[in-house]
Write a protein that binds this ligand. Structure first.
Ligand code: ATP
Length: 281
């Protein structure tokens, strides 16, 4: 679905993407993580063809995105950080316009009211776009992205600015779309979101992909061991080990209380991987 080979991209003298190579198969749900300013949005813009690589090979649906025609874009459900639409339009006008473009490209289109309900902004159907809050706008963008049953969703920080209940609602919606077999490429700073939705995670730092794997694989890359804590004789005890079961078997369980085992999280793995990369730079 997506194939990048040694993709480089520069804004003038600012070399942002460095030899980015990745392959994303149909049906994969991939999250791209990385600190602010490392090139995630730049990669997204290369994937959808608004920017084109300075060197390297990039294909989406087997086509070069920057030379793709409008039919190319109708197959991508896109949530971007910036919009080029008409801020005076009402939500329903905006979606009707997008739906018409999809229909004229021969695509099946979801019911607009139902889609607005699914993303939780049915009450904003007649609101002017520029009057929406950041979170409401994100939901409208997602409705627009889902409108034509796209086989590929490219979502640049799709839940930024959403309140916790809104995030949960959008995660459930994305889960149901993922069950339909759509391929998803999303960027996020929310590691729990990445872990919940994605089967595979890329970590980018300084324009390079520095880690690629399932969330559990990235956690295993962390050498930090599991922490075992317990109380005995009125004192708190802590022991770090990679052999949890063997260690716990040595504890006098009848004499201790509050036994807790803390495994490394994806956040621990992320911070460790970025930290090691920065130290090596
Ligand atoms: N239009 C532009 N012109 C020049 N430089 C740009 C432009 N857009 C982004 N950059 C620079 O490219 C680099 C990567 O930016 P990008 O937006 O891709 O980062 P990001 O990883 O998406 O960041 P964030 O997590 O903050 O959204 C940054 O140094 C940024 O300043």
């Amino acid at each position: 679905m997506i194939e990048a080979r040694e993709v480089n991209f520069s804004y003038g003298k600012n070399h942002v993407l460095h030899d980015v190579s990745l392959t994303i198969e149909p049906g994969e749900v991939v999250a791209l993580l990385g600190p602010n300013g490392v090139g995630k949005t730049t990669l997204v813009e290369n994937l959808v063809g608004t920017l084109s690589p300075s060197s390297g090979r990039l294909e989406v649906f087997g086509e070069t995105p920057s030379s793709g025609n409008s039919a190319f874009l109708t197959r991508i459900g896109l949530v971007q950080q910036h919009w080029a639409d008409h801020p005076k339009w009402r939500v329903v006008e905006h979606l009707t316009w997008i739906a018409a473009a999809h229909r004229s490209a021969g695509r099946r289109v979801r019911d607009i009211t139902e889609t607005l309900e699914a993303v939780g902004v049915a009450d904003k159907a007649t609101a002017v776009l520029r009057t929406l809050s950041g979170g409401q706008r994100r939901r409208v963008d997602l409705a627009a992205a889902l409108l034509a049953y796209p086989p590929l969703l490219i979502l640049d920080e799709p839940t930024t600015g959403l309140d916790p209940a809104g995030k949960a609602q959008i995660h459930d919606l994305l889960d149901s779309v993922i069950d339909e077999g759509v391929t998803v490429f999303l960027t996020t700073h929310d590691l729990s979101e990445a872990e919940k939705l994605a089967s595979r995670i890329f970590i980018m730092n300084n324009g390079r992909i520095i880690a690629d794997g399932a969330p559990w694989q990235l956690r295993e890359e962390l050498v930090a061991p599991v922490q075992v804590t317990w109380r005995a004789e009125g004192k708190q005890h802590v022991h770090a080990t990679n052999e949890v079961e063997a260690f716990v078997a040595t504890l006098p369980l009848s004499e201790i209380s509050h036994l807790t085992i803390t495994r490394p999280t994806l956040e621990d793995a992320y911070l460790s991987i970025i930290g090691k990369d920065d130290d090596a730079a």
